[in-house]
Design a protein around this ligand. Structure first.
Ligand SMILES: Nc1ncnc2c1ncn2[C@@H]1O[C@H](COP(=O)(O)OP(=O)(O)OP(=O)(O)O)[C@@H](O)[C@H]1O
Length: 439
């Protein structure tokens, strides 16, 4: 167990054949112009990861999340030593591991596709890394010796002869099998297992080695929804039990929100925000994080601020309380992006302080109901990314039909503001008392 420290880690790939070079240009909260200027680039390479600085505490469960292609797997592969860094340092505890080969890093990786040896039983898959580490066993045994170990393992007690090393391996495999409840599967081959069982074996193989760090690359994405939820809970429980520092990659935000002590959000090779799940939800640092965390995503509305009023080019006029007024002082007379989560919009009455919308789609899931609505009386032409629509979560018992016009209200302590140019969040100077406490 150890903390993992990434220091200015970056990675460039030469462009693939026929691929044009598109360097990400967007600046975010965690990068500044001076960093940008010092990020090594070359005209014929693509910077896939840019100046990643991240500390994962000893025993922490860190979830690394971001859209497809943002560099999550590359980052894990750099830590595992499966890919060579272009620059930067990686520390595990007090060891600088930059130049260590993967097997000397004391890191175990679990992959999405399980990566089990198809010709080995579950037992041998789990034992493989242990035998390799204890030296002289596993892959160094001849076929006949391996057969002997296999045969002796199945003999009744008393007739069995196994070496001390093999006995230690055996105990560890049994311990892990018990932990993961796969004892009954030990003699099966991977092809005789379900997806969920295979993933548990893959986890078992990682756990058996008792490494300092687990790296998990979307380990649940091949499982169906129910199994995913079960295995998710199991991984969290195991990680707590073992206390092993873990970096877990996913693009599934339910996994991110429920599994991690903290979440690191990556976009276009840059870290956007690293924080506890509820902190990310309550205080997203920029537009990207605000849209990425939360489902359905946060709604964005271009507005103008004329202290203390928020207005749109419709009739909407909303008086902001003082805690917002002081935070938004420098935006007086300027444009802002207002952010409101679907669950923070409530059905209300016609009034200029409420948003008029027309219902375009109503989805009642029984326990939850969502409306896709279109703003009435406004034509937002401020930026192409705004869809002029609002997603709303409403009580499922309330029947609302498509085409109906309704009014939506919101509480000022539940809204967010973003600078339209930098896309960074603007936070009130004093804390907002009614925000939920973070975990
Ligand atoms: N060997 C390579 N050569 C060139 N480009 C690569 C190579 N490996 C990855 N990339 C590029 O690096 C970027 C990041 O890839 P990576 O697999 O790390 O993303 P990811 O966030 O894990 O995506 P996903 O969620 O889809 O798995 C992608 O644009 C990818 O095309």
């Amino acid at each position: 167990m150890a903390q993992v420290v990434l220091e200015n880690v970056y990675k460039s790939f030469p462009p693939r054949k026929g691929e044009s070079v598109a360097l990400p240009t967007q600046l975010t909260s965690t990068s500044d112009k001076s960093e940008e200027a010092t990020t090594p680039k070359s005209a014929d390479s693509v910077n896939v990861l840019r100046r990643i600085n991240l500390t994962v505490a000893d025993g922490e469960f860190m979830v690394l999340v971001g859209p497809s292609g943002c560099g999550k797997s590359t980052l894990l592969r750099l830590i595992a030593g499966l890919e060579v860094m272009t620059g930067g340092n990686i520390w595990v505890g007090d060891r600088l591991i930059n130049n260590l080969p993967p097997k000397e890093r004391d890191i175990a990786m679990v992959f999405q596709n399980y990566a089990l040896y198809p010709h080995m039983t579950v037992y041998d898959n789990i034992a493989f890394g242990l035998r390799r580490r204890s030296g002289g066993g596993g892959e160094n045994l001849s076929f006949a010796e391996n057969l002997l170990v296999g045969v002796t393992r199945n003999l009744p007690k008393g007739l069995r002869y196994i070496s001390e090393k093999e006995r230690a391996v055996h105990e560890q495999v049994r311990y892990v099998a018990q932990l993961l409840q796969i004892e009954a599967l030990l003699n099966r081959l991977p092809k005789q297992l379900s997806g969920g069982q295979r993933q548990r074996v893959a986890l078992g193989r990682a756990i058996a080695r008792n490494p300092q760090v687990f790296l998990m690359d979307e380990p649940l994405s091949n499982l169906d929804a129910k199994l995913r939820a079960e295995t998710r809970a199991q991984i969290v429980k195991l990680q707590r039990q073992l206390g092993t520092t873990t970096i877990y990659v996913t693009h599934d935000q339910t996994e991110a929100m429920t599994m991690g002590d903290r979440i690191a959000i990556l976009n276009q090779g840059q870290l956007q925000q690293v924080d506890r799940p509820l902190e990310l939800y309550n205080r997203p640092a920029n537009l990207f994080v605000a849209e990425f965390i939360g489902s359905p995503p946060m709604n964005f509305i271009p507005v103008e601020f004329h202290a203390p009023l928020l207005i749109t080019n419709g009739d909407f006029r909303f008086t902001l309380p003082d805690f917002w007024g002081s935070a938004l002082q420098k935006y007086d007379g300027r444009k802002l992006i207002l952010g409101i989560r679907p669950e923070h919009l409530t059905l209300s009455v016609p009034a200029t302080k409420n948003l008029p919308v027309q219902v375009e789609l109503a989805e009642n899931l029984g326990n939850d109901s969502f409306l896709a609505t279109k703003l009435v009386g406004t034509s937002f032409q401020q930026a192409g990314t705004f869809k002029n629509s609002l997603q709303v979560r409403v009580p499922p018992e309330r029947f609302i039909s498509v085409g109906e016009q309704i009014w939506l209200s919101f509480a000022p302590e539940k809204i967010h503001f973003f600078d339209p140019e930098t896309e960074l969040a603007i936070f009130p100077k004093s804390s907002i008392p009614s925000l939920p406490l973070t975990k």
